[in-house]
Design a binder for this molecule. Structure first.
Ligand code: AKG
Length: 407
């Protein structure tokens, strides 16, 4: 049954009501097949609220309570077993319940804006896309309001982060080839088809991120300060004490970039689809022209302090890695060197070498000394082509932000 009543846009501030247009298509009651009756009923009761003639603050608070119950139940479901086995319906439920929580918080005028953004981000990170990415649109809008409210004084007094060139003096033995103004045909012919890595200069320097809106740690902080993101904690993902935490970009930058020396562990925002979560950041970026299938590209962001390490591993797709802020040391071993690189036996990490490049144990991995490699320091404005199955080890030499384009 589709509700024929009108969605109560009047409950919201006008600038927010504009964003909520897609919520008028909520179909009630919910009868999601893989989900218990109780949860369907709770969700339906939350949805009904926004089509009622008279809504009191008590109704809204009750709706927040119901959505929180659904979120708790769903959280349990999603954290039992492996993430990829979680029924897509549960992810959909998580996002819907997040949306109702967000709508109620927006309608209760005195709600804290940071709580609203956090509820949006939890729905975005844990759930499924809904109503043309409505949670992302709400989070962007509220985030912008907050940034505008925050006095310029506070922003300008904050400690600014400088990124200086740190690679001078680093001697590279077997350098990756560099090209300038390479045509797409030359790239395909000489590099992609031959599985040959190459650094492409001058192909992304026209991005707004390098020109009209130059990216820096402070720029990212300013744009995404209140957004919640997943941070990897630990020196590398192969370490036993490695873990992940959700925190705001502000907490991450303050703790793990600006005051990194006070932390025992390194924090890294790694391999995160940040542009799906915060699409407005992508306005400063473009898809590199060398990508051969622009309709199917996975874009991930890597943002962190100097000293982050992605251990030696390979990926199945073509990769263009764009360096936006700071510098990274990268070492590459072609697929034919696999026999010297001791892939892990564990299926989860079978694309990752057992050899620790920072401290290779040649007694346990004697063949490693025979492996040949290429290396480079990737600098802002450079794009590195990494072929599929090409092993790569990446260490940031300074605060750094890179973007990988996989296709
Ligand atoms: O930049 C990094 O730390 C890792 C990048 C990477 O592994 C990739 O682009 O596939």
């Amino acid at each position: 049954m589709t509700t024929n009543k009108n969605f109560r846009f009047d409950l919201f501030e006008s600038s927010i009501a504009v964003v909520l247009h897609d919520c008028s298509y909520i179909n009630l009651p919910f009868e999601l097949s893989g989900i218990n009756k109780d949860v369907n009923e709770l969700l339906t009761s939350c949805g009904n609220i926004f089509f009622q003639e008279n809504i009191s603050k008590t109704d809204l608070l009750q709706c927040i309570t119901h959505s929180k119950i659904v979120l708790d139940i769903t959280w349990e479901k999603m954290n039992t077993g492996h993430w990829k086995d979680v029924d897509a319906d549960w992810r959909y439920v998580y996002t819907l319940a997040s949306l109702f929580k967000v709508l109620c918080l927006l309608a209760v005028k005195e709600s804290n804006k940071i709580d609203i953004i956090k509820a949006c981000d939890m729905g975005l990170l844990m759930g499924a896309p809904l109503m043309k990415n409505i949670l992302s649109k709400i989070a962007s809008k509220i985030s912008l309001m907050l940034v505008n409210e925050k006095s310029q004084d506070v922003v300008s007094k904050a400690k600014k982060v400088k990124v200086s060139s740190v690679s001078e003096g680093l001697l590279l033995k077997y350098e990756v080839k560099e090209e300038k103004n390479l045509s797409q045909e030359e790239f395909l012919e000489n590099y992609l088809r031959k599985s040959c890595p190459v650094i492409l200069n001058d192909s992304i320097k026209n991005w707004p991120a390098f020109s009209s809106r130059p990216w820096s740690v402070d720029y990212v902080l300013e744009k995404a300060r209140y957004r919640t993101v997943p941070i990897e904690i630990g020196s590398k993902y192969t370490d036993d004490n490695w873990t992940q935490k959700l925190m705001t970009v502000e907490e991450f930058v303050e703790k793990y970039i600006k005051h990194k020396s006070q932390q025992k562990e390194i924090g890294y925002l790694a391999q995160h689809s940040l542009f799906d979560q915060i699409p407005e950041l992508f306005e400063d970026i473009e898809l590199p022209f060398y990508i051969t299938n622009k309709n199917d590209v996975d874009i991930s962001v890597y943002f962190g302090p100097g000293g982050t390490i992605s251990p030696l591993h390979f990926d199945p797709k073509f990769n263009l890695l764009a360096q936006v802020i700071g510098e990274k040391y990268i070492r590459l071993y072609s697929e034919d060197q696999t026999k010297y690189l001791y892939p892990r036996h564990n299926t989860w990490l079978s694309n990752t070498s057992q050899v620790d490049l920072d401290n290779p144990d040649l007694d346990s991995f004697p063949l490693f000394s025979q492996a040949t490699y290429q290396e480079c320091v990737l600098k802002p404005g450079q794009l590195l082509y990494i072929p599929p199955k090409c092993w790569h080890y990446v260490r940031s030499l300074s605060n750094s932000l890179s973007i990988s384009f996989w296709w």
